[in-house]
Design a protein around this ligand. Structure first.
Ligand code: 6GU
Length: 232
């Protein structure tokens, strides 16, 4: 899979992309990730990429010229254009289903915003798939892009050493359950013991217990978590 990341802060991605999982996936050729600085497509001696909003208001907006030029340049580097994602708090909210949808693309182009957002003509010219990672405000799309790259990369065949571990993780089973409790050594910690069933060696009983625990954990989460806000 090929992923292009377009940002005003390319340095933010250096150690992230070298990390163990992504670093290995890149050196083994499973992932081809390329970071491009939007400022390289700005004009004039000041290489200006942002300006004040017409009509007044706080903050700065990303100008359409450098952003559109950058996207067009990056898209033209490969035979086929990538699926263009704009990271913006107003987009559709990321969940594992959307991650799976993105992981099926051969190529992604992730456009990171900053400041108060993009000039509307960026949206109108490029028609990006606008995605948010949750209902809170970040200073820019870079952290959101990292979230997407991390979640998508784990679904690319071969990136995880053990193909089973992605499928067994929370949200990925047939029934989209979260994981129940897990235990490692020691068998007793501060008076708390590992459940006997896990030490029994009875794989049938263990599988049944784990499923029951996952159902209970999923129900608890449904009962206690605040659903995201919506109008109505
Ligand atoms: Cl994608 N960008 C920004 N700036 N804030 C966010 C976000 C994205 N997703 C949630 N909050």
């Amino acid at each position: 899979m090929r992923i292009d990341i377009l940002t005003l802060f390319p340095d933010m991605f250096a150690s992230f992309l070298q990390g163990s999982l992504l670093g290995l996936a890149r050196t083994s050729g499973l992932l081809d990730i390329c970071v491009t600085n939007i400022r390289d497509f700005a004009e004039g001696t000041h290489r200006q990429v942002d300006d004040r909003p017409f009509g007044g208001g706080p903050g700065m907006l990303l100008m359409p010229g450098p952003v559109v030029a950058c996207v067009e340049n990056v898209q033209d580097r490969m035979a086929a254009p990538g699926h263009l994602v704009m990271l913006t708090p107003g987009g559709r909210r990321l969940d594992q289903q959307l991650v799976e949808e993105l992981a099926r693309k051969e190529r992604l182009v992730l456009l990171c915003g900053r400041y108060e957002g993009f000039d509307q003509r960026v949206h109108d010219t490029l028609h990006p798939d606008e995605i948010s990672i949750g209902d809170y405000v970040l200073s820019g799309g870079e952290v959101a892009a990292m979230v997407i790259v991390d979640a998508v990369a784990r679904l690319v065949p071969g990136v995880l050493g053990d193909e089973e571990s992605a499928r067994q993780d929370s949200f990925c089973g047939d029934d989209r359950l979260v994981e129940g409790p897990q235990y490692t050594r020691p068998r007793e910690f501060r008076g708390r013991h590992v459940p006997e069933v896990l030490l029994s060696g009875d794989h049938g009983r263990i599988a049944t217990w784990r499923h029951e625990q996952a159902v209970a954990a999923t129900q608890h989460r449904t009962d206690t978590h605040q659903p995201s806000r919506s109008l109505s």
